[in-house]
Design a protein around this ligand. Sequence first.
Ligand SMILES: [Zn+2]
Length: 199
Amino acid sequence: MDEGKKKIIKNGDIVLPGDYLGVIEEFLPGEGIIEENGELYAARAGRVKIDLEKIEISVDPITDTPPLPQVGDTVIARVIEVKPQAAIVQLLKIEGRKGYREIATSKLAGIHISQVREGYVESMNNEFKIGDIVRAKVLTNEKSPIQLTTKELDLGVIYALCSSCRIPLVRRGNVLVCPKCGRTEARKLSAYYRKLKLE
Ligand SMILES: [Zn+2]
């Protein structure tokens, strides 16, 4: 089999300028296609579009879409619901080398009870509360909702409010303390609790 250069091109394939796409006997060249000696090449980076009615091939430019979190990405999210088996969070930002990128869509993700921390979790209510900001890592993104983990030391809650006063809690050892009412609360804390600048 002739692999490499002459692989079969399908609708939706991502191509780069100069990629071989076929011959003139198969398709008419459309937008974003260069024809050279009867062979068709991509003129730009983009997504292949094959129009079977017109027997035409073209390359649609890839437009800037809001980034979707990839497996292994570190994300910042807000807890919107705490269930017995999982916390449901809304993704806010993706952490990158150059800082944080906004996630434009209000995507939801889940942190399963088995992915909260190393060891046994007695109650999800001692790990997360509604409104907490968490730093987490993406485990899977094929299924909906996206699955996250907070097992590592630098992952977990990075910002939390007192359940009664709604003011930011202060970390004292492994618990959080309210500077106003003195109440202590438990969370799965990140080593970065109140240490990250999210701008
Ligand atoms: Zn308080």
